[in-house]
Structures are given as structure tokens and as C-alpha cells.
Design a protein around this ligand. Structure first.
Ligand code: ZN
Ligand code: FE
Length: 255
């Protein structure tokens, strides 16, 4: 029985997600950006919160852990590498670990770079990836901690997943990301199509999420750091993809 996934807006541009297991009734929040937004989404579906799966330590992903835990007694799962930075964690996980929410199974993938201990939650049976601030549609998170090499390695792990996987990321940044992406990869037909699609979605008041991983691999310049096209555009023909990725990340910071 597939999971039911609720997508909603929290704070200003965060996405909130609830993943509900129809079999056991358990419901997990992916991150805890805002108590009220999560309570409203739970009430709208008649669900009770049982788990919180945390991707990284930033306040816009952890702020509501305390109040939600107090209200529901929810189990809180989070990154082992950031255990000292997040309050209220019950279970620590890192890349390669598996956790269950009722009958739903998630594998944990290390995606360092935005923060050093950042993790993503992949539900293979649901073909769903919760990428936090590691991977956005048409972009990646700002590299606050660490270096391009491990960040690129983490993105390669995501690239290797089933291209049909639906990507649920931490923020609605798609249109701003599209502007930068088009500036470095202007003749990419997949990118042009995805940017158009996202524009239409926003104009209709819809989220641009989930994005299909296969579309992101074709359109997101940061996932294309290993292509000749992007190396060429960055003036780095024949360079290691890590170098191209680093150059892209720096260019986006200054865009
Ligand atoms: Zn963040
Ligand atoms: Fe964030």
C-alpha cells in the first residue's frame, strides 16, 4: 500500500511534508519547519504525528521539534553527524542506515555540503526522495559547511537513484534557481522546458514540487557538472567534475 504524501508551505518558502502510512496510520513529518503549518496539515488529513525525520540542523528545519514532540510524543530521527546541534533527537542515523515508519521503509543517504552532517531520506518503494536543502529543483543548497568534493559525492549518490523518483526538497526556490541555471546552460532543452513548467506552476499557485529525478538530472546544472557542456560553459574543459561543481557553486553564490 503506497504512502500518502502531503505537501504544504511553511514559514515563507520552506516546504513541509507529511508521509502517512495507510497500513498502520503512522505519520512522519519531514523536518519541523513550523508548528502551526504542520498542525494544520495534520488536521486537514485527520492524521496524528508519530515521527519526525530531520535532514539537518538549521533552525528553519528544526524549530518545531520541541513543541511537536511535547504535543505528540513523536519519535525524532536525525543525522548522527549533527547530534550535538539538534535538540530532542531520539534516534541517530547516517548514510546506509534504514529506518521504518510503520510499513514504510526509508534509506538514509549522506549528502554533506549545505551542512556537514546533512542526510536525505529515500523511500525506494514509494519512489520518493526527501532531499532537504542538499538538492533543490534546478539547484542545490548553499555550501555552508565543507568542500565541493564530498558535496559532489553526495549528489552522485542521489543521481544513481531510479530516475522516476519524485524529489521533495526543503524550499520553493525553483524559479530563482531557473534564472541561474539558464545563465550557465542556456541551450539545454530539458532546462528550458522545466523552467517553463515551473513558471506555469507558480502562476497557477501550485508548488513546483515534487520534481522527477530524471528531469533534474537532465536540467539541473549542478547535477550536470560531469558533462562536457557544463565544463565548457565554465571554461573548464576536461576538468574533474568536482572542479566544475565547485565553480558552479561559486558562480551561483555571486549571481
Ligand atoms: Zn538549511
Ligand atoms: Fe532550509
Amino acid at each position: 500500500m503506497p504512502a500518502q504524501i502531503a505537501v504544504f508551505t511553511a514559514r515563507s518558502d520552506n516546504f513541509g511534508y507529511l508521509v502517512h502510512d495507510r497500513e498502520t496510520g503512522r505519520t512522519a513529518a519531514i523536518d519541523a519547519p513550523e508548528e502551526k503549518a504542520i498542525l494544520d496539515a495534520l488536521a486537514a488529513h485527520g492524521w496524528t504525528l508519530s515521527d519526525i525525520l530531520v535532514t539537518h540542523h538549521h533552525g528553519d528545519h528544526t524549530e518545531a521539534i520541541g513543541p511537536l514532540k511535547a504535543r505528540f510524543g513523536a519519535r525524532v530521527v536525525g543525522p548522527r553527524g549533527e547530534a550535538d546541534k539538534i535538540e530532542g533527537l531520539d534516534e541517530l542515523v547516517s548514510g546506509g542506515d534504514r529506518i521504518s515508519v510503520g510499513a514504510l521503509s526509508f534509506e538514509v543517504i549522506d549528502v554533506p555540503g549545505h551542512t556537514l552532517g546533512h542526510i536525505a531520506y529515500h523511500a525506494p518503494e514509494e519512489k520518493a526522495l526527501f532531499s532537504g536543502d542538499a538538492l533543490f529543483s534546478l539547484g542545490v543548497g548553499r555550501m555552508f559547511e565543507g568542500t565541493p568534493e564530498p558535496m559532489w559525492a553526495g549528489l552522485k549518490r542521489l543521481k544513481a537513484l531510479d530516475p522516476q523518483t519524485a524529489v521533495y526538497c526543503g524550499h520553493e526556490y525553483t524559479l530563482a534557481n531557473a534564472k541561474f541555471a539558464l545563465s550557465v546552460d542556456p541551450s539545454n532543452e530539458s532546462l528550458i522546458a522545466r523552467a517553463e513548467e515551473a513558471k506555469g506552476q507558480i502562476e497557477s499557485g501550485l508548488p513546483t514540487i515534487p520534481a522527477r529525478l530524471g528531469d533534474e538530472i537532465a536540467a539541473n546544472p549542478f547535477l550536470r557538472a560531469d558533462t562536457e557542456a557544463l565544463a565548457g560553459r565554465m571554461g573548464l574543459q576536461g576538468a574533474d567534475p568536482v572542479e566544475v561543481f565547485g565553480a558552479l557553486r561559486r558562480a551561483k553564490d555571486q549571481f
